[in-house]
Design a protein around this ligand. Structure first.
Ligand code: SF4
Ligand code: SF4
Length: 506
């Protein structure tokens, strides 16, 4: 690989410092994938950007793993919800997620029998048009697993509408102590690569680029092998790996645009319009291939659990698993001197009740961090926060303006560009929590932005067509998707052939 270009953006927190956990933590070197079968699941009807689902089950119903338990209005911007366990619905009631979202949730007691829907099986070789591919992904309830939570079918539709040329797969997991995406690559590289190829075809992109840190040698070699195999099958696509310098936060679309295309994107710019590219998380690609090849909806995810009191490892958990069930049995929330964080230790949210807080589709890590009382002093004007802010802000100045209520001035200083990475708070020697204030202000603006996306129809222009791909309103959406044999006589002349190996059991 000598002489190969290494992409990078300016600033951020650099590799080699304390956050470069992969060189310090033994668990990352021997990535383990434990499978959890929780005693119950709590399935919120809203785990994604978009409108909440409506429960399709009622208290007392028996459900099988893979069954749809929440459906949105078919024309809305949303994702259906499926259960990853079989058992009895014990309650449907409103809960409040740690991020403040109030949502109805379906509570299911696991009967531990792992009874699955009969339809959850490998499809073998099937033919899907691009709209059918997007339709399966929509029905499988897949949304961005890297934390953005945008319904994947909607992003694919938008990429298709913009006729993007580059399909970017984010394999750049750089959040501290989070290795679930890297585990997905090592454990299921063929699924990640095939999912990316199928999705790229569905949105018409010809170049598939896997973005990965130069230091991730094991993951790179797994990807390289799978790309070699996939290149013989997806001959119409150009598959390649793009190396990035390891630093945090990597993978945010505006930083990727800067590093890969040398373009500075404004908050209102999109990758699709500015760079003719679309960016997806690698775990999302794994979920897409599970849906396309094995008919498995989004009912499980890989989760990193890290912290002194709970060890550090990766687990395959049903969505909705209470956080308490992924913590070590020796962990006692009442006696512990540590806090449980829903997310990574820089940007996550502290949770008070691990028993009633579920792992949702976007939860990639549960961190257990020691309660250290850091003494706070006034700003010493060291400038470190400005040096590390990847968005080029002067966090100390913006923070001061927000404290004084000068929100208009803070906005003019670029506060709305904050991506909530937490680097400024982490680096500040005065112990000032700059990120919470700045990110809180920036996120108010983002809620407005997302709402406008929901209403301008940009994401759902092609939805009418994809709705034809499957029937909506059944107990399981995927159940109704026709097998190859059943659909042979009504072949779409524009359909593409997706070669499925299948056979993976999750
Ligand atoms: S101001 Fe925002 S983007 Fe900049 S370092 Fe702080 S949290 Fe990150
Ligand atoms: S890092 Fe902290 S002490 Fe240094 S300039 Fe920023 S706010 Fe002030």
């Amino acid at each position: 690989m000598a002489g190969r270009k290494i992409h990078s953006f300016y600033k951020g927190i650099f590799s080699g410092d304390v956050l470069n956990f992969s060189k310090r933590s033994p668990f990352v070197r021997e990535i383990m994938l434990e499978r959890i079968n929780p005693t119950r699941v709590i399935l919120p009807m809203k785990m994604h950007y978009g409108v909440p689902c409506v429960p399709t089950v009622k208290e007392g119903d028996f459900v099988k793993a893979g069954q749809c338990v929440g459906l949105p209005d078919p024309k809305s911007f949303s994702c259906p919800v499926h259960t990853g366990v079989s058992g009895r619905v014990t309650a449907i009631k409103e809960i409040t997620l740690p991020n403040g979202i109030k949502t109805p949730a379906v509570f299911i007691d696991n009967d531990m029998k792992k009874t699955r829907l009969e339809s959850l099986k490998s499809r073998g070789n099937i033919e899907l048009s691009d709209q059918q591919t997007i339709g399966v992904i929509r029905d499988a309830g897949i949304c961005g697993m890297g934390g953005e939570g945008i319904p994947t079918y909607a992003k694919l539709n938008r990429a298709r509408n913009y006729a993007v040329t580059d399909f970017l797969v984010n394999c750049l997991q750089s959040e501290p102590f989070s290795t679930c995406d890297l585990t997905a690559i090592v454990e299921y590289p063929d699924y990640v690569v095939s999912g990316a190829c199928a999705c790229a075809r569905a949105c018409g992109a010809k170049n598939v680029k896997f973005l990965i840190s130069e230091g991730r040698k094991t993951e790179r070699s797994a990807l390289e092998n799978s790309i070699k195999n996939a290149s013989d099958i997806f001959k119409d696509l150009d598959l390649r790996i793009e190396l990035f310098r390891e630093r945090f936060p990597q993978g945010y679309y505006r930083l990727v645009a800067k590093a890969l295309y040398g373009k500075e994107l404004e908050a209102s710019d999109t990758l699709e319009q500015s760079c003719s590219a679309v960016l997806f998380n690698c775990s999302t690609m794994l979920a897409c291939w599970e849906a396309l090849s094995d008919n498995i909806p989004m009912m499980n995810r890989i989760l990193s659990v890290s912290g002194n009191e709970s060890g550090g490892h990766n687990m395959l958990v049903p969505i909705g698993t209470p956080v308490s069930e992924v913590l070590s049995s020796s962990y006692d929330a009442n006696k512990s001197e540590s806090s449980v964080i829903w997310g990574n230790c820089l940007t996550g949210i502290k949770i008070d009740d691990p028993e009633e807080t579920p792992i949702i589709k976007m939860t990639s890590v549960i961190s257990i961090v020691r309660n250290n009382e850091i003494p706070t002093t006034p700003c010493i004007h060291c400038g470190l926060c400005s040096e590390c802010c990847p968005m080029g802000l002067s966090p100390n100045i913006v923070y001061e303006m927000l404290v004084q209520g000068l929100t208009q001035k803070a906005a003019e200083e670029g506060a709305r560009d904050c991506i909530s990475c937490g680097s400024c708070s982490y680096i500040c020697p005065a112990g000032i929590d700059l990120a919470t204030s700045i990110a809180g202000f920036a996120n108010q603006g983002k809620i407005i932005e997302v709402n406008s996306l929901l209403h301008n129809g940009e994401f759902i222009q092609s939805d009418e067509a994809s709705l034809e791909a499957s029937k909506v309103g059944q107990a399981s959406l995927l159940e109704e998707f026709p097998d190859k044999e059943a659909s042979e006589d009504k072949k779409d002349p524009d359909s593409i052939v997706l070669p499925f190996d299948g056979g993976k059991t999750v």
